[in-house]
Each structure stands twice: as C-alpha cells, then as structure tokens.
Design a protein around this ligand. Structure first.
Ligand SMILES: NC(=O)c1ccc[n+]([C@@H]2O[C@H](COP(=O)([O-])OP(=O)(O)OC[C@H]3O[C@@H](n4cnc5c(N)ncnc54)[C@H](O)[C@@H]3O)[C@@H](O)[C@H]2O)c1
Length: 260
C-alpha cells in the first residue's frame, strides 16, 4: 500500500472532504490522525476508520487557535515522533455581496482558511524538518483563482493560501518536504449545501462545469492520496485542480454538429 507506515494528520476531517481524505489515507495504509474543532465529529470519523480495519486516532484541533495547534502537535510528537503527511483541509465559507460583506466575516475567513493553514503548516513543517522528509497538501479552491460572485472573504483567503503553497514548496523542498495544493471545484458537502443554497446557484455551477456535475469528496481524496504518495515524488509547488474542467473552461454553448 502506498502510505504504509506513514503518520498522516488531516485538519477538519470530522466530515466532508477531510473525512474522505482521512478514509482514503487509512485505506492506503497510513495511521490517520483525524482532527476537528468539533470533538464528536473527529471521534466518530476515527472510530469509523478503525471499524473498517484502518489505523486511526483523533485530536481536537482548532486551526485558528495557536494554543490548540501547539497542543495538538506536541501530542503528535509524543505519540508518533511527528507527522509524515499533513493536509490543511479545515475551512469555512460565508457568501455575501462585496459591499455588504461584514468585516468580522472577512476576518474569520482569513483567520481559519489562511492564518490557520499558515500556522498548522508551520508546526507540521518543523516536525518534518527534523525527519528530513514530508508531504504537505493545502486544500485551496477554484474560488481563489477566479472572481466568483459573493466570494469576497472566502476567495481572498484561498488565493492567499495558493501563493503560500508555492512559497512553502520553494522553501521546504530542499529539505525533503514537498508542498502542493488541490483546488476543488464544486463538491457535494455541507459547505456547498449551505453556500449554494440560493436559488439558481446549483444550476449555474452545473452549467459552468464542463462535466456538468458536482464532484464527489472521494474524487478529492484520490488526488490527495496521489500527492501524498511516492507516485508524486517530483511534483512540488503544484496546484492540482480537481474541478471537472471548471478552471479551464471558456465559452460553452451547444455547438451544432455537421455531418462529414
Ligand atoms: N465543498 C466544496 O465544494 C469545496 C470546494 C473548494 C474547496 N473546498 C475546501 O475544502 C475544505 C473542506 O470543505 P468541506 O466541503 O469538506 O467542508 P465541511 O464544512 O463539510 O467540513 C469542514 C470541517 O472543518 C471543520 N472546521 C471548521 N472550522 C475549523 C477550525 N477552526 N479548526 C478545525 N476544524 C474546523 C468543521 O468542523 C468541519 O468538520 C475546505 O477548506 C473548503 O474550503 C470545498
């Protein structure tokens, strides 16, 4: 199995994309530390992995609180001697028009999605530097690459994380640590259930994605397992869009076919 013997930590993995990544890493042989700000979610997700025969434990980790981050990484150092694979997945999203966007919401997006990833990545990298190897994967978003409506705080935070991914890759790879990002398009999860609730939003996504469907959490997990594995040894500083072609699409209309 591709991740045999590895210790993997995934933030916000009590549900959604993070949980799918945790499940996939466990099925590839890693011991997965499920972590979430919501303790019950993390405990249940770790228990499910164990029930399915995988190796897992859980931690309560609020990525936006340095005390919580420090305590979690100290626990991991004591229990496992550090992490080999780390995924910055925890994220929050609030949609509102730019002129109405609340400062508190903007600051929350930055605090969790960008500052939280910066902070956790730093603690993970310090453990990996001691080992001389590691993999870090940052979950960014198509909303950080395009000017999507309503994405003032969320998009800005993910754009920041995308550049941070590249900076981390350049600085850390000489020390054996590869850093990459995954940019999901619209994926079925609690986030999209809430953020895409407004009338017409789902239809707009289905139209704009060339594959004309939402992605599944397992499709993001498959990309994460690849980037975490030896199959991706020479991939570094890359943002892998897993978005059904959303990021590359231009004009789309029903092109009339002519018989040859
Ligand atoms: N779902 C999508 O369509 C989509 C698209 C692009 C990017 N993403 C990104 O993927 C990641 C996961 O999204 P999801 O759809 O699975 O979301 P989700 O809401 O289903 O899960 C997010 C998890 O993060 C946890 N969390 C929230 N704040 C936290 C904090 N401060 N510290 C630790 N954990 C915290 C939540 O408790 C939850 O379990 C996020 O970074 C999101 O921005 C999602």
């Amino acid at each position: 199995m591709r991740l045999d013997g590895k210790i993997a930590l995934v933030t916000g993995s009590g549900q959604g994309i993070g949980q799918a990544i945790a499940n996939r890493f466990a099925s590839e042989g890693a011991h997965v530390i499920v972590s979430d700000i919501v303790a019950e979610r993390a405990a249940a997700a770790a228990a499910e992995i164990q029930k399915n025969g995988g190796k897992s434990s859980y931690l309560i980790l609020d990525v936006s609180n340095e005390g919580s981050v420090q305590a979690a990484f100290e626990q991991i150092a004591a229990d496992f001697g550090g992490v080999d694979i780390f995924v910055n997945n925890a994220g929050v999203g609030i949609n509102a028009p730019y002129v109405e966007y609340k400062l508190a919401d903007f600051e929350l997006m930055l605090k969790v999605n960008l500052t939280g990833a910066f902070l956790c990545g730093q603690y993970a990298a310090r453990q990996m530097l001691k080992k001389g190897s590691g993999r870090i994967i940052n979950i960014v978003s198509l909303s950080g690459q395009r000017g999507g409506m309503g994405r003032t705080g969320y998009g800005a935070s993910k754009a920041g994380l995308e550049v941070l991914t590249k900076i981390m890759a350049v600085e850390l790879s000489p020390h054996g640590i590869n850093v990459n990002g995954i940019a999901p398009g619209p994926i079925e999860s609690d986030v999209t259930t809430a953020m895409h609730a407004a009338s017409g939003t789902r239809e707009a996504y289905r139209y704009l994605v060339p594959m004309h469907r939402y992605g599944e959490v397992e499709e993001i997990a498959a990309a994460a397992a690849f980037l975490a594995s030896g199959d991706a040894n020479y991939i570094n500083g890359h943002i892998l869009n897993v978005d059904g072609g959303f990021g590359t699409a231009g004009l789309m209309y029903p092109l009339p076919r002519t018989e040859a």
